[in-house]
Design a protein around this ligand. Structure first.
Ligand code: SF4
Length: 329
């Protein structure tokens, strides 16, 4: 449907975003990093992370050669850390299997860890200027409302049928911008939307039905204790978490089920002090965290590191652990 892409491209010329950092000096690597960071995260949050990441890892080779801790450190606070671990793994594959050149087909891109159909489509269209459909959260919302369809396979079929032959990069960016800026989750600005005259959901007053409502789950609540174990220099013991599970591969405060377990492991601690508990929410549960502080003259530990909150070293930390460490300085 040529008319659809024509309307979208005209709108982009006037209103689309053209000055985002990843829209400058476009390369598959730069687009890829931005697309992964933008999954589950808003543009304004991503920008400073993206800039720091690019400064440290300007190309796929520097990323592939980095230590995982350096990569996770730059991701600290962005959440969904599997994204960072997958980026690192994928960079190594691109260097080893593709001689550092990004693959340029939908199929080969999707072989890389962390790249699904929509991210592959975004890299192909924006970096390689090849028409390829995308269906991230923003684009899905626009198309679902425009067509009054919730079926995902049908949305993919339509997304492909609307692709323009020319300027696929602008078209891809325009669709994402339209979803982020106009066809927003709540209170879409239909009066500013170039599709208003043809939008099925708007014309039939059924916008709230599209995209299909997610069933809001009542999240279960779990509890944990994180031990802030200090030595006499005021340094805090951190342990590396296993690469799978929450905060996989990040450095963390040792985790315990109860105070008894702490005293069993570190018998010499005389007094434990309970710090302010707080809640951290993951997509699938709430975690109520109680930090507990203790001090030991000498601590035997297996493979941990002493972290100096006054002079923080570059380690990948989860947001809650960072919050606790900032509070104990
Ligand atoms: S008219 Fe409204 S609901 Fe339809 S695509 Fe535009 S902003 Fe979204």
């Amino acid at each position: 449907m040529e008319k659809f892409s024509k309307i979208i491209l005209q709108w982009f010329k006037k209103h689309g975003r053209k000055d985002l950092p990843w829209q400058q000096a476009i390369s598959p690597y730069r687009v890829w990093i931005s697309e992964i960071m933008l999954q589950q995260t808003q543009v304004n949050t991503v920008i400073p992370y993206y800039q720091k990441f690019m400064k440290q890892f300007p190309d796929v080779k520097s990323l592939a050669k980095a230590h995982e801790d350096q990569v996770l450190h730059l991701w600290t606070g962005l959440g969904y850390y599997a994204r960072a671990r997958n980026l690192h793994k994928a960079a190594k594959i691109v260097l080893r299997e593709f001689k550092g050149e990004f693959p340029n087909t939908l199929e080969s891109l999707q072989l890389l860890p962390g790249i699904g159909r929509s991210t592959a489509g975004a890299i192909l269209s924006i970096a390689f200027q090849k028409p390829a459909a995308i269906l991230d959260g923003n684009v899905k919302r626009v198309l679902s409302r425009f067509l009054a369809i919730n079926n995902i396979d049908m949305l993919w079929t339509h997304a492909e049928s609307y692709l323009p032959k020319k300027n696929p990069h602008n078209y891809a960016q325009a669709m994402m911008d339209l979803g982020a800026m106009i066809c927003t989750r709540t209170k879409p600005k239909c009066d500013l939307c170039p599709l208003e005259k043809y939008c099925e959901a708007s014309l039939t007053d059924r916008i709230s039905e599209f995209p299909g409502k997610k069933i809001t789950k009542v999240l279960p609540i779990k509890q944990t204790i994180l031990l802030v174990l200090k030595n006499k220099l005021g340094q805090v013991l951190l342990e590396k978490r296993p690469s799978t599970g929450i905060w996989g591969g990040l450095w963390s405060l040792p985790e315990f089920e109860d105070q008894k377990a702490i005293l069993k492991k570190y018998a010499g601690i005389k007094k434990l002090k309970i710090l302010a508990p707080f809640r951290h929410t993951f997509s699938h549960y709430h975690l109520d965290i109680t930090p507990i502080e203790g001090q030991l003259e000498r601590v035997k530990h297996d493979g941990g590191v002493w972290f100096d909150p006054q002079k923080p070293s570059k380690l990948g930390l989860s947001a809650p652990v960072k919050k606790i460490l900032m509070g104990v300085t």
